[in-house]
Write a protein that binds this ligand. Structure first.
Ligand code: ADP
Ligand code: MG
Length: 293
């Protein structure tokens, strides 16, 4: 079948020796591989080739091309980098930086939550990546735990621009609807209220909202908006109704109120986050400058 796994040990293009499965998402499987030319480990994200006859279920070619086009625009220490693309008859492979440290949220699972200082450490890296992308007109639109990885040294890497969008000259809202479809059947807990209302949205604000949910989860160990009933969860998201745990500092509470503001026009932006006292706490301008450029 078109989606049968390539055997471990297979060498792609005489250069990349495939190893085990690292993870899978809705659109692709990701394998560990060794670059025989450099000796380095890489990740290979394999899609069923949409041009293969057997792959009626595969992504449309435009979706893969769009993801590749976005990745080619980005070069940042906290964004997974695309090295090259290989196409075989049945597959399209992205050769990516390896995020060998697993998912960011594995750190939360172990202890239930993290200290505010550690949450700030990762949140700074996330915001530096998001701010970089936004400055280049790229919006991720799917910021959530499975897409936030760590490299071998423990630095955060934003992955999976499969739902990403690029600003156009006429940009405003109306997207193609793929985010809506995806989030409705995926994890709605990270979705901004203006997406639920289906009235169109600014993708930058949607990313900021998701970053706020991620920050809350890191520091609290649970979701800000949650309910056994999906409808009730949506109500809480619409209303921006959440409660901070007792141990959150006043500065963190203040920042979260501004990020998880259900009114997108009032919501803080990436520059505002960087200027916020909680974000700057304990760091020199020089340190922050290094992170943010
Ligand atoms: P999809 O677009 O199908 O969601 P992703 O790009 O999110 O695919 O990859 C699926 C999973 O594979 C991720 O959640 C992660 O666990 C793993 N993964 C993705 N990229 C890498 C990478 N560069 N290094 C290590 N693991 C990765
Ligand atoms: Mg994914």
């Amino acid at each position: 079948a078109a989606d049968s796994p390539p055997a471990a040990g297979t060498v792609l293009l005489g250069r990349y020796e495939l190893g085990g499965l690292l993870g899978r998402g809705a659109s692709a499987k990701v394998y560990l591989a060794r670059d025989l030319l450099t000796g380095r480990s890489v990740a290979i994200k394999s899609f069923p080739n949409p041009r293969a006859a057997a792959s009626a279920t595969g992504d449309r070619p435009v979706a893969i091309e769009r993801e590749a086009g976005i990745l080619r625009l980005l070069r940042h220490r906290h964004v997974v980098r695309l090295h090259e693309i290989l196409a075989t008859r049945k597959k399209v492979h992205f050769v990516l930086d390896l995020a060998g440290g697993g998912e960011l949220f594995s750190l939360v699972d172990a202890s239930g939550r993290m200290t505010e200082d550690l949450a700030r450490h990762y949140f700074r890296q996330l915001v530096s990546a998001v701010r970089y992308c936004h400055a280049r007109g790229v919006y991720h639109r799917d910021i959530k735990p499975e897409n936030l990885l760590l490299d071998e040294a423990g630095a955060l890497m934003v992955a999976d621009f499969g739902l990403g969008a690029v600003a156009t000259a006429t940009d405003g809202a109306a997207e193609d609807g793929s985010l809506l479809r995806h989030t409705m059947c995926g994890t709605p807990a990270y979705v901004a209220p203006e997406i639920l209302s289906r009235k169109g949205y600014e993708p930058a604000k949607v990313d900021i909202w998701s970053c706020g949910v991620v920050l809350f989860v890191l520091a609290a160990g649970y979701l800000p908006f949650n309910d056994a009933s999906l409808v009730n969860m949506y109500r809480k998201i619409y209303a921006g109704r959440f409660r901070c745990p007792a141990w959150f500092s006043p500065a963190l509470r203040d920042l979260l109120r501004r990020v998880l503001d259900p009114d997108p026009s009032a919501r803080i932006d990436a520059d505002g986050i960087v200027a916020h006292p909680w974000f700057r706490h304990g760091a020199s301008d020089e340190e922050l400058g290094r992170l943010m450029h």
